[in-house]
Design a protein around this ligand. Structure first.
Ligand SMILES: [Zn+2]
Length: 736
């Protein structure tokens, strides 16, 4: 830009001329001025904020050629096409990477040398190649823009080693080249890494707010995988015509869940790196055209997808870092309209993610664990999700707006607030008195008065504050200590892997404390029961249940079978929650086979239908959650072994199950409508006569009560398991 001063250029006019926009967005103009003045420039801007214009416009209006480093070849081509679209001159932008043949490469080089090309997109590995350095020296570079700059940092969610060589390549240019680093996600840690690695000097930093005001954040505790899939289907059924992404951990889940969604009438497809490129591209196209509504994907999906109206992003497994989470949820509602971000989580999933780190190096593992810890902190937090997220990205946020709009689960359903003013002071005092910085658990141990090895070795048990918070529990102190960070009183030392230190604000607080109230963290393990409550039968329709019992009695009489064999009680209970009104729906009730539905639906369904109409009942949408043959591995093995008439003791030993647990499994198999014949085994343990008598008992008894049976056969002194097995056999023989 030699010769021009900023004031002489009317950027708005140039924007209009080159890109047809009347106005700059956000800080675009200041960013462009910064790079034009020759300053290193660091741009943190969320996706959709207009990042690329920040280098495209200065590139086009500067003397020489701007070099743009971009990690994805597919995106590069897209970008070049976009720029060419605005310009009458095709040569204005080129990409320079391994996909070009020798001839094409020569042509690009010529265009650049002749000054026709203003923007040259280049892959990092191409840039770092020694052969290409000569080419870089052969023309005037106006500046180098590094897109997706977080790829430089091992702390980022997408580390690429070749990004670390960019600076070396730039150093070989014999004159000063200003650098612009751009990224859509960068925590303070990643930021620092980028600045260091690129040795940015005196750079201007531009941070746009990372707040995505239109996104709704929610965490749901995952009772188990099946429950989560059902819950997801219920949710998607409320999203008629809308499109979304479900993120899963591995290929297998992607395929299984996509299949289950399809079975339930949702247009879904899996997407993962194991699929052929052609199929992947096809799936992506179908998603863009909305022939497919839901993509069930591993993290492989999303880079480079530009669909502005994705209405929901679901994490079936929690993301492995908050950056991933932010990036992935960020794909919802890019048009500024509705975007629901729901993440399912349980501690088992966290362990799974941790296990995935096991083949990594020690440093990578430590880093990975810290990232997971931060994710768990986010999940457990009872505070505004948005506040937590933005704080993580180094931004202060007043949760008032989120709370007014109920734009996160914690704001929508606030927990009771607890005044923690004094305990914040105690925390700060402890942190302040530890001369060496320490991690959160160490500080917590001091507050709780736990003399751990660490505490003992620093003699921190002699501290006056030791044990001053022992009337509260670990859960409470975790909440309080995390609050000190969220409120900016304490910061995590980036270079020391997150040890805690006081900020100036924290020091001021010690002198002049102010009132802080917080919602305690979620304690999901115990809250889990509460979630389950909605799922058990407390909400079952008792009136209908009694009606169905009567019908069952009549039908049982006709069939000359005891009522509990005809259709079992849990199945009736389920009907009182789901109100099946057709044979099809009836057959989806757990424990009801197709044959049973064919026989009994005509007796039950019309009554249920009348009942629903008379009482204005709104039937749940989730009636029809069908599952793929939903038998655990054990169940499949058990059924196979029984077919081969293997003794139940042997089966329980081989599967490592307690005998009574095996009986539980058998009951659940039969309850689900699968026939089992264990007469061979009963003959081993009981006299034929006893078996016959008991079978007769179960035939006559109305409820099939085990206790009653025991009392009837008290002289035989049978173990409960044996009685259960005979009952099982009886039900099995009577199943259709
Ligand atoms: Zn909130």
């Amino acid at each position: 830009m030699a010769g021009n001063t900023i004031s002489q250029i009317n950027l708005s006019e140039l924007l209009q001329k080159n890109f047809g926009f009347n106005m700059f967005k956000g800080e675009q103009e200041k960013i462009i001025e910064s790079i034009l003045s020759g300053r290193d420039t660091f741009v943190l801007m969320p996706t959709g904020g207009g990042k690329s214009l920040c280098y495209q416009l200065p590139g086009i209006i500067s003397e020489g050629t701007a070099v743009i480093v971009s990690p994805l070849i597919a995106l590069m081509k897209n970008q070049v096409d976009l720029v060419r679209n605005y310009n009458e001159n095709e040569n204005v932008a080129h990409f320079y990477n391994s996909t070009l043949n020798v001839g094409q490469k020569k042509a690009v080089e010529q265009d650049v040398k002749d000054g026709r090309t203003k923007l040259l997109y280049i892959a990092p590995e191409t840039l770092a190649k020694p052969d290409n350095i000569e080419f870089l020296k052969s023309f005037k570079i106006s500046f180098v823009a590094i897109d997706e700059a977080h790829c430089i940092s091992e702390w980022g969610h997408d580390f690429r080693p070749e990004y670390r060589k960019i600076k070396d390549a730039i150093k070989k240019i014999p004159y000063h080249v200003p650098i612009m680093a751009l990224t859509a996600t960068a925590t303070p840690k990643v930021q620092l890494d980028i600045v260091k690695n690129l040795s940015l000097k005196n750079h201007n930093l531009f941070v746009s707010s990372f707040n995505r005001a239109n996104l709704y954040y929610e965490i749901r505790y995952k009772i188990n995988d099946d429950w989560a899939v059902k819950n997801i289907i219920q949710f998607i059924k409320t999203q008629e015509g809308k499109t979304g992404i479900i993120y899963v951990l591995n290929r297998k889940s992607a395929e299984k869940i996509a299949e289950t969604l399809c079975l339930n009438g949702i247009k879904a497809a899996p997407y993962h790196a194991g699929l052929e490129a052609k199929l992947r591209a096809n799936t992506q196209d179908q998603f863009l055209n909305e022939d497919i509504h839901v993509i069930v994907a591993t993290v492989a999906f999303g880079m480079g997808i530009d669909k502005p109206d994705i209405r929901f992003v679901i994490h079936y497994n929690i993301a492995k870092s908050l950056e991933n989470y932010y990036q992935e949820t960020g794909r919802a509602g890019r048009d500024g309209l509705e975007g629901n971000c729901i993440a399912y989580f349980n501690y088992k999933d966290i362990t799974k993610v941790e296990k995935m780190l096991s083949d990594k190096t020690v440093t990578e593992r430590e880093r990975g664990m810290l990232l997971i810890d931060e994710t768990v902190a986010y999940i457990e937090s009872g505070e505004c999700r948005r506040k937590f997220l933005l704080n993580y990205f180094g931004e202060e946020y007043d949760s008032k707006t989120c709370s007014e709009g109920k734009m996160c689960d914690n704001c929508a359903k606030p927990k009771e607030k607890v005044n923690v003013t004094e305990d914040i002071s105690l925390s700060l005092n402890i942190i302040n008195s530890c001369i060496e910085a320490h991690y959160l658990p160490h500080i917590m141990n001091i507050a709780l008065g736990i003399k751990s090895d660490g505490v003992a070795s620093y003699k921190h048990d002699l501290m006056p504050f030791f044990g001053q918070g022992k009337d509260k529990n670990e859960h409470y102190w975790t909440s309080v200590l995390r609050t000190t960070v969220i409120h900016g009183l304490v910061y995590r030392e980036v270079e020391e892997y997150g040890t805690l230190k006081l900020t100036d604000k924290g020091r001021a607080y010690l002198k002049e404390p102010f009132k802080i109230e917080i919602s305690l963290n979620h304690d999901y393990e115990s809250e889990g029961d509460i979630v389950l409550a909605g799922n058990n039968n407390s909400s079952m329709d008792k009136e209908l249940y009694n009606i169905l019992l009567d019908i069952r009695k009549i039908e049982a009489k006709k069939a000359n079978k005891p009522p509990y064999v005809l259709i079992q009680a849990p199945s009736l209970e389920e009907m009182c929650l789901k109100y099946p009104i057709s044979e099809e729906e009836f057959s989806h009730i757990t424990g009801v086979t197709k044959a049973m539905a064919a026989k009994y639906a005509s007796a039950f369904c019309p009554v249920i239908k009348d009942y629903v109409e008379e009482n204005d009942i709104i039937r749940p949408d989730d009636v029809m959650v069908k599952t793929i043959v939903n038998k655990s591995n054990d169940k499949v093995k058990i059924i196979g072994a029984i077919d081969k008439k293997i003794s139940l003791e042997t089966i329980s030993k081989e599967l490592g199950l307690k005998f009574s647990d095996l009986v539980d499994e058998l009951e659940s198999i039969v309850l689900n409508g699968t026939k089992l014949n264990i007469r061979y085994y009963l003959k081993e343990i009981l006299d034929d006569e006893v078996i016959d008598e008991m079978m007769e008992f179960f035939q006559k008894n109305e409820t099939g009560d085990i206790k009653e049976c025991y009392e009837n056969f008290i002289d035989d002194d049978l173990p409960e398991d044996d009685i259960r097995l005979v009952k099982l056999q009886f039900i099995g023989e009577n199943l259709m």
